[in-house]
Design a protein around this ligand. Structure first.
Ligand SMILES: *[C@@H]1O[C@H](CO)[C@@H](O)[C@H](O)[C@H]1NC(C)=O
Ligand SMILES: *[C@@H]1O[C@H](CO)[C@@H](O)[C@H](O)[C@H]1NC(C)=O
Ligand SMILES: *[C@@H]1O[C@H](CO)[C@@H](O)[C@H](O)[C@H]1NC(C)=O
Ligand SMILES: *[C@@H]1O[C@H](CO)[C@@H](O)[C@H](O)[C@H]1NC(C)=O
Ligand SMILES: *[C@@H]1O[C@H](CO)[C@@H](O)[C@H](O)[C@H]1NC(C)=O
Length: 424
């Protein structure tokens, strides 16, 4: 089976294989988005965690000031103390996700893997364990209390939409039916928790900056033009939000140069320049950073940025020579610091550079490394295309149809939110 599938490709130069696989992935991704407002999000974060030694149960002498100091310090986030990026996935069969794709009514079919027929379940029982600290479990009551009277908005692409849906599902089940509501829109969706006077929103802006492919997706990446110096049309909708969580990555990674437009050109969209993705990304991200720095009142608004969500399109990255992308993978990569071709180091550096120079403090949710290990957790063939579940025939052709970009829910984005929660 492996050789059968490999043979037609093995004669092609590697770059062609990569590009065509990227193109498949992209077309599949975009097609899905047109139907269900895809947003892809990546999150790189320094994880908020407390030192493991501080997480010990309070002892009987807890009324002693010093002990109280440590006890209270338990969940305090200190990025200098503990990085969530370094750690390991630990299997624990008694861990159950807080929701399922049947219990939570707000999940898109795109990510509802169990409903869509995924037979294996181990991927739901791994827990991220940072090396230097204890990552608190997600607590829906505490999370909602922190959001009381506030607006939380996730902004970005379909991966960010996955994180938003994960967050909604992680809290919604403790709210009575008449105390919550969901309004889905093509660009802007709002989940409302009435008794908390809180909203958990999603805003679709796959590049953060404006493009000709925001509202009406342009399927052919060659036809997309990015206005790398324009963000205000989207950003108007971000005003007044208390907690903003941004991402942008996968849409820049078509493998082509990015048609980038800035300034005003008399000849309209023909004034673009074709730039390498990382160069264009830098300009676009700086535009976003300038908006944040000049607009955000740090007394009112907190800003987060989720780093790249890795894609797993190339099984050779994890030495599975006969594999087809992430198809049929059921275990995480265990090799420490594994890094594949689906996470672009240049983009990571741009994020570090740009965010590092901002005036407004932005908390990075650095999810890239921990997600890199999870080749087993993508939607794969248990997803939809064009609004319909994959047929058996399509499932039998994972090279073209497996989605190794988006993640099953419940799944890895719940861990991103666990980290985000620890920062809140
Ligand atoms: C596995 O998870 C359960 C339930 O959360 C927990 O009580 C137990 O301590 C965990 N086991 C290990 C080995 O961490
Ligand atoms: C509800 O929250 C909004 C901000 O999201 C705030 O402006 C408003 O005053 C709050 N209402 C109540 C009754 O607390
Ligand atoms: C933020 O709050 C601090 C302390 O309350 C105050 O000194 C500062 O002027 C405020 N900044 C803005 C931009 O309102
Ligand atoms: C995928 O897994 C299924 C079930 O374990 C197996 O029957 C099938 O041969 C595998 N396919 C490939 C291409 O490895
Ligand atoms: C995220 O973490 C990785 C290590 O896992 C690091 O290489 C990278 O620089 C971090 N990204 C940012 C933007 O800080």
């Amino acid at each position: 089976m492996g050789t059968l599938i490999k043979s037609p490709l093995s004669k092609l130069p590697f770059s062609i294989i990569t590009i065509s696989i990227c193109a498949f992935a992209f077309i599949a991704l975009l097609y899905t988005e047109r139907i269900s407002f895809l947003s892809s999000t990546t999150i790189f974060t320094l994880s908020p965690c407390a030192k493991r030694s501080l997480a010990k149960p309070k002892d009987k002498s807890a009324d002693n000031d010093e002990v109280n100091y440590f006890a209270d310090d338990r969940f305090e986030f200190d990025p200098n103390e503990c990085s969530v990026t370094s750690g390991k996935w630990r299997f624990n069969s008694s861990i159950e996700p807080l929701y399922t794709d049947r219990s939570c009514p707000y999940l898109d079919r795109q990510v509802s893997c169990v409903k869509n027929g995924r037979p294996d379940s181990d991927y739901r029982h791994w827990e991220w364990q940072p090396d230097d600290c204890y990552l608190p479990r997600f607590d829906p009551k505490i999370a909602l209390e922190k959001l009381r009277g506030k607006r939380l908005m996730f902004v970005g692409d379909s991966l960010q939409r996955g994180q938003w849906q994960s967050f909604v599902c992680l809290v919604e089940f403790i709210i009575p039916a008449d105390q919550k509501s969901m309004r889905r829109g093509r660009v802007h969706s709002t989940f409302r928790a009435k008794e908390y006077n809180a909203t958990i929103e999603f805003y679709w802006a796959p590049f953060l900056v404006e493009s000709n492919s925001d509202l009406k997706i342009v399927g052919d990446p060659k036809q997309r033009i990015l206005k790398v110096d324009s963000v205000t049309k989207h950003a108007k909708q971000w005003l007044g939000v208390d907690i903003l969580v941004f991402n942008t990555y996968v849409w820049w990674m078509s493998g082509l140069k990015i048609k980038s437009l800035w300034g005003s050109f008399a000849n309209g969209e023909n004034g673009y320049e074709e730039l390498d993705a990382s160069v264009s990304y830098r300009i676009g991200l700086k535009t976003w950073a300038n908006w944040v720095d000049t607009t955000i009142d740090t007394n009112k608004t907190r800003v987060f940025f989720t780093t790249m969500s890795p894609t797993h399109q190339r099984s050779a990255d994890w030495n599975n020579k006969g594999g087809i992308k992430c198809y049929n993978e059921t275990k995480p990569v265990m090799k420490k610091r594994h890094w594949g071709t689906g996470s672009d180091k240049r983009i990571m550096k741009v994020v570090a550079d740009v965010v590092g120079k901002m005036k407004v403090p932005v908390s990075l949710i650095n999810i890239t490394q921990l997600s890199e290990y999870r080749i087993d957790a993508h939607a794969s063939v248990y997803t939809e295309t064009g609004g319909k579940l994959l047929t058996d025939e399509q499932k039998a052709d994972p090279l073209h149809n497996a989605d190794c970009i988006h993640w099953c829910l419940p799944g890895v984005p719940d861990t991103w939110n666990q980290i985000f929660f620890a920062h809140l």
